[in-house]
Design a protein around this ligand. Structure first.
Ligand SMILES: *Cc1c(COP(=O)(O)O)cnc(C)c1O
Length: 420
């Protein structure tokens, strides 16, 4: 059973102030995790994690991570503005977008961000959008999609079916164009994994990029400042899964670095990553209350949260552990479908899950909701997004996003013809 950073009494106290459902993040655990990541890559001078803003777009969480030198990985206008608001500007922003609108290229340029191109044609689109007088001092990056070229590695999955990145030939072409235009600072990026738990996979991605840096540098005579291995480090959602040993990843990449980059005399090269899930995922919880127990063809526990608070189970059939504080050791169990209130039958947090016997009013905690959780929320069926809270190391709780109200929901509608 999962160990929570709060017990039932503490949670009831919090819920008396902020009605369920809400998301709550464990600040202490996030800080320790950030420290661990930096330590695993301390061998690399200039190592930097760019937190994938889309995973948890909350300025308080972003600021907390900024204290560990984490930058922001952005891919939309709102994410760029969020980064700027917490003081992440210039090269603290990695703008890894795709299908990018012109105004976002302009804003990223204005903010001084590292701009990562998803396609060779995006270089021209960027130049057309921005009309820069020069590229002096600015660093540009290309996103590589290895496609079927990444032979002999079953775990890469099928990059050739992914919409992201450019082919190897296009990559050479894009760097050549940028060099001809006067760009002098370069980076290389790939993100080919999602929720991956095998350290070798991440190490292999780094190796692939190091080899490519050696090839492009020698063929085009350009120097690379960094390699960005993307995000995609997974977390153990299921009780039988193991967290990825980040120190093992760090050591594996260090060895690959020494064997390729250092051996080719291309030192120093900075290592960047842009993880989201493994940074905040395990340290955020969706807290909800049982509204109804219903016994028809199955036993249902209906919560006051629904898939608009956490879409992953309904969207991907994802597993999230559910803890019932105060009943962890009760010994009496039943098998439930744990549901929300949407008029959608896939609005279920768990299907046929063995849980302590539940009763209306019980608090339930849905684990691993700290990344791609609240952020994926939506308003279908008139559901309002819930509050986000931060549990500080001293036990105090801070509201870092208020719950939406009906006024928020109605704010974009025009009721003027219907009122006197
Ligand atoms: C989503 C995304 C990430 C973060 O992925 P995680 O699985 O949360 O680590 C990083 N970079 C890019 C470009 C992304 O699209």
């Amino acid at each position: 059973m999962r160990k929570l950073p709060f017990d039932k009494a503490k949670l009831e106290e919090i819920a008396s102030k902020w009605p369920t459902p809400f998301h709550i993040y464990d600040a202490k655990a996030i800080r320790e995790n950030a420290k661990r990541l930096n330590k695993a890559f301390a061998w690399n001078k200039g190592f930097r994690e760019y937190f994938a803003v889309k995973a948890a777009p909350n300025p308080h969480l972003m600021k907390l991570l900024k204290d560990f030198n984490f930058g922001s990985d952005c891919s939309s206008m709102a994410e760029l503005e969020l980064a700027a608001k917490v003081g992440n500007t210039g090269e603290a922003i990695m703008f890894t977008s795709n299908d990018t609108p012109a105004d976002e290229f302009r804003r990223a340029w204005e903010l001084g961000a590292i701009i990562n191109f998803d396609d060779t044609t995006h270089w021209e689109a960027f130049v057309d959008a921005v009309h820069p007088e020069g590229f002096d001092g600015r660093v540009f990056c290309c996103r590589y999609n290895p496609g079927p070229l990444k032979g002999g590695n079953a775990i890469i999955g099928k990059p050739e079916e992914a919409k992201y990145g450019m082919t190897r030939a296009q990559l050479f072409e894009c760097y050549a164009k940028m060099k001809a235009a006067g760009v002098t600072r370069f980076g290389l990026h790939a993100m080919v994994a999602s929720n991956e738990l095998d350290p070798e996979y991440i190490i292999d991605t780094a190796k692939m990029l190091f080899d490519l840096v050696v090839a492009v540098s020698s063929e085009l005579g350009i120097a690379f400042e960094f390699v960005n291995i993307g995000g995609g480090i997974g977390i153990p959602y299921r009780p039988d899964q193991q967290a990825m040993d980040i120190f093992k990843v760090g050591e594996g990449i260090e060895k690959a670095y020494n064997d390729t980059i250092a051996a080719a005399g291309l030192n120093p090269l900075k290592l960047f990553m842009e993880c989201g899930r493994c940074i905040t995922g395990p340290y955020g919880y969706l807290v909800s209350r049982v509204l109804h127990i219903k016994n028809t063809y199955r036993l249902y526990a209906g919560l006051d949260a629904c898939m608009s608070n956490l879409m992953r189970p309904a969207l991907y059939g994802a597993y999230h552990e559910i803890v019932v504080p105060g009943k962890e050791d009760s010994g009496e169990t039943s098998v439930y479908d744990v549901t929300g209130s949407l008029c959608e039958n896939n609005d279920k947090f768990a299907i046929q899950r063995m849980l302590p016997v539940l009763a209306p009013g019980d608090l339930v905690v849905i684990c691993d909701a700290g990344a791609h959780g609240h952020a994926m929320g939506f308003q279908y069926n008139g559901k309002l997004r819930s509050a986000e809270l931060l549990l500080e190391s001293d036990g105090s709780v801070r509201e870092i996003r208020r719950a939406e109200t009906l006024d928020d929901y109605f704010a974009t509608l025009d009721f003027s013809p219907f009122v006197d």
